[in-house]
Ligand binder design. Structure first.
Ligand code: NAP
Length: 273
């Protein structure tokens, strides 16, 4: 199966910090020299990425796009159409945008439902929306013989929920389930869906909850995560569980992708009758 080394132009949504940024810089270093489009809401971070990494010979191909994934659907579609027009070579999209909020259901009065809806939209429904908008282009390239890629990022807590981040865990379970269905459906279109399942990793994700200092005692350093993930991205793996997430994956997920594959074949036969 084709892999990251076949990618010519990748857009990484949510690459102004954390996992997306780490992977963007590593992908820039690949011998295949892909163009890497970095994206997020913070213009100063995009400027930093392009000024410090875009100008020299090593990182000649980093391009910035300011994008808020929670923008309304019309705006999002126009932005994506524009990206495809500017970069017709775009053959891969990685979704690393995400937010996380804690919730204590023992104190229901403290739960901020506005945060819940933002979390669901940022982490899940915006991703489905964007995938839907990117797919005509990716399928068209795929059918012309060029492999294309969708990279999703779920989480170990999408397998074993982290109760203190209940809604976040539910969004990651949704991304995990979606990734399996897309993988099964889209392979016949030469669109390869690869899901990364990180463990707790050093990033800015937990900054808003004031838990970063405590979590920093347990999280995987970003450089280690990036190294392990890049090694797996160079294989034909469709699911990439890392660190502690790999333990949960082995215990609860073994065989699920294959089972979904068989289920889809059965559904096709049933619906065609
Ligand atoms: N760190 C972990 O322990 C961990 C574990 C498992 C999975 N993950 C997942 O990994 C992905 C990356 O998270 P991270 O840990 O790297 O956190 P991070 O450092 O906070 O990065 C999150 C990224 O998402 C972007 N983002 C957030 N809201 C956005 C919006 N409305 N529009 C566009 N971009 C938006 C941010 O950019 P701007 O703020 O500039 O918009 C930033 O680039 C997320 O999907 C997260 O759920 C993380």
């Amino acid at each position: 199966m084709p892999n990251i080394n076949d990618v010519k132009c990748i857009l990484i949504i949510g690459s102004t910090s954390g996992l997306g940024r780490g992977l963007a810089l590593s992908i820039l270093d690949l011998p295949s020299k892909p163009t890497v489009i970095v994206s997020g809401r913070r213009q100063e971070r995009l400027d930093e990425l392009t000024s410090s990494h875009g100008a020299d010979g090593r990182l000649r191909a980093v391009k910035p796009i300011k994008l808020d994934v929670t923008a309304d659907r019309v705006t999002l579609k126009a932005t994506i159409d524009d990206i495809i027009k500017t970069y017709p070579d775009l053959d891969a999209v990685m979704f690393s945008s995400g937010v996380q909020y804690g919730s204590d259901f023992c104190k229901p009065e403290t739960i901020n439902l506005d945060d819940f809806f933002v979390e669901i939209h940022t982490n899940y429904t915006s991703v489905v929306t964007m995938i839907t908008f990117f797919l005509p282009h990716l399928i068209s390239l795929g059918e012309s013989g060029r492999p294309t890629f969708l990279y999703t990022i779920s989480s170990g807590v999408g397998i074993t929920p982290g109760p203190s981040v209940a809604n976040y865990s539910a969004t990651k379970a949704a991304i995990h389930s979606l990734s399996i269905s897309l993988n099964v459906q889209l392979k016949e279109k030469n669109v390869h869906v690869v899901e990364i399942l990180p463990p707790l990793v050093e990033s800015e994700l937990h900054d808003g909850q004031g838990t970063a200092e405590t979590l920093s005692k347990y999280w995987m350093p970003l450089t280690e995560f990036t190294k392990l993930t890049m090694a797996e991205l160079s294989t034909d793996a469709a699911q990439i569980p890392i660190g502690m997430a790999a333990h949960a994956y082995e215990k609860y997920e073994a065989g699920k992708l294959e089972a979904a594959d068989k289920f889809y074949e059965l559904q096709k036969v049933t619906f065609n009758k």
